[in-house]
Design a protein around this ligand. Sequence first.
Ligand code: NI
Length: 190
Amino acid sequence: MKLSPSILSASIGFFRTTGLLDGPDVVEDNRRLEDLSGVFEDESARQCMDPTLEVYSTRSVFPVADGKSGGLFFGCTTIHPGRVGDEFFMTKGHFHANVDTGEFYWGIRGEGILLMMGEDRRVRAEQIQPGSLHYIPGCTAHRVVNSGDTVLTFGACWPSDAGHDYGRIRREGFAVRVKHGRTGPVLVEV
Ligand code: NI
């Protein structure tokens, strides 16, 4: 197929099957233990660990301005294996600032648990594994836990006007925590 060069432009990025997202406009961010004060139940255990240890990182593309309606954002999050006390490494978790907006997540590598909590604090959990697809409805807080012993990477696609409300989870927490039990991960109501 011949294409006129005038209509050809570079793709927004390269999404690898390994979960790595590359491209000129990819924005990378990470969260270290020192950034996660109050996130894990055992705060004294967190303070005894290396504060510079990376818990998770994100690589995202934002093709339109943050907050603009009608656009989509795309990102990959990698959570390292590990625990604070007996609680697995996880994301901070958030409601969307524009609270009734939804989001897709999908598993790329590793295994984990997606916690979804409604405004009534009822929690649902779905297992994330390579190829699994997860729809997070509006008005639902979401957090991902790496419950395995390898790196967990998942993809995400969300509306450009969704925004993030981390404060509500920081204040109120999730109603369920995922901990290491004798026979595997266990969901513990708090
Ligand atoms: Ni979200």
